[in-house]
Design a protein around this ligand. Structure first.
Ligand SMILES: *Cc1c(COP(=O)(O)O)cnc(C)c1O
Length: 351
């Protein structure tokens, strides 16, 4: 990585250039899309897509209440209204059966979020979206390289958005993101959008912003990308090991649909006494995290949307019970056993 970064420093091509183009080619290929547009973050990938699809005030965009803030934050920043539909309690992803009743004449897009590295049940989502003529933008920030029915995350909808935030399976040395699409016209619009809507130089076709990715980040990502598949495989191995170790215990292990290959950006279990369990593990030097402790429909900043506690009971239950355990690829068997034994010790005596 140091050599790759030094190459960029020597070239002084800090914005755009061959590293960006190469990264775009590679991510397009791995996601099964013809076009990829490198951007400044996963958040900006979502925002740029919504802007490129002319979404704004008066519009509604449907998504999950159980996701990272950026999914709904980007919708709100366009002036559109985030509208939520509850999750499937087993996968934590938006429940396709609940989408239709949340669609109104103002619905302009659906953003399914492939949470924790597992692709949503895309067939029924694409079916309802196409019946209503609504584009689908995949929030695949946690799912680069994941698949559903043999097809890659990001390739199902009008556009797919990835994040290279350092904690994602493919992490940059800072912020970064990518949009993939099959649509050449949308790809061209996004490429102009990320550079203020400028074309040609100092003439502006529409109002974009600075959504560019740094060449230094592309250089780092190009070094890491060839390892992505092996890293995701190691996470799957860790997950399978935990699943077997927790079988028959009070630890509710993550459900992955048989037609999905998860990349386990997180390995998330459900526990009735979640907060106490997290404290117990912390006292033994085990890092855990809660993705996410409060669903978006009850966040202060979205009070104006008019939702109340109880509106999405499955998301609210998940927020009370989920705990992410260490699953990073370099974990040793000894480390996995240390984590599992501690959690099983905590759960001993639970029904
Ligand atoms: C990380 C993440 C984002 C935002 O990506 P950034 O690169 O951090 O801006 C959006 N959605 C989900 C589900 C994420 O996990």
């Amino acid at each position: 990585m140091i050599a790759a970064v030094a190459e960029v420093l020597d070239s002084q091509a800090y914005i755009g250039g061959p590293k960006i183009a190469e990264l775009e080619r590679r991510v397009a290929a791995l996601s099964g899309c013809e076009h990829a547009i490198a951007v400044s973050s996963g958040t900006d990938a979502l925002l740029a897509c919504l802007m490129a699809l002319h979404i704004g005030p008066g519009d509604e965009v449907l998504t999950s209440p159980f996701t990272f803030f950026a999914t709904a934050g980007s919708i709100a920043r366009t002036g559109a209204r985030p509208v939520f539909a509850d999750i499937d309690p087993r996968t934590f992803n938006i429940d396709p059966a609940l989408i239709e009743q949340a669609i109104t004449p103002r619905t302009r897009a659906i953003i399914p979020v492939h949470l924790f590295g597992q692709v949503c049940d895309m067939d029924p989502i694409l079916e309802v979206a196409s019946r209503h003529g609504v584009p689908v933008i995949e929030d695949a920030a946690q799912a680069i390289g994941a698949s559903y029915k043999g097809r890659a995350a990001g390739s199902f909808g009008t556009a797919g958005c990835f994040s290279f935030y350092p904690s994602k399976n493919l992490g940059a040395a800072g912020d970064g993101g990518m949009i993939v699409t099959h649509d050449p016209a949308l790809a061209e619009r996004l490429a102009i959008m990320r550079n203020h809507g400028m074309q040609p130089r100092y003439f502006y076709r529409f109002i974009g912003a600075n959504f560019r990715l740094d060449a230094v980040q592309a250089a780092v990502l190009l070094v890491k990308l060839p390892h992505l598949e092996a890293w995701s495989e190691a996470r799957r191995r860790n997950a399978a090991w935990y699943n077997a170790r927790f079988a028959g215990s009070a630890v509710c292990t993550p459900y992955v649909r048989p037609d999905c290959a998860s990349i386990y950006n997180q390995y998330v279990v459900r526990l009735r006494r979640r907060d106490e369990a997290a404290e117990f593990l912390k006292a033994r030097g085990i890092g855990t995290d809660i993705y996410y402790p409060l669903p978006l429909h009850v966040q202060d900043c979205f009070r104006y949307l008019g939702y109340s506690p109880g509106d999405f009971p499955r998301a609210e239950a998940a927020a009370r019970e989920v705990l992410a355990l260490p699953v990073y690829p370099e974990m040793t068997e000894e480390q996995r056993e240390y984590v599992a034994a501690a959690l099983l010790e905590f759960c001993a005596g639970e029904p």
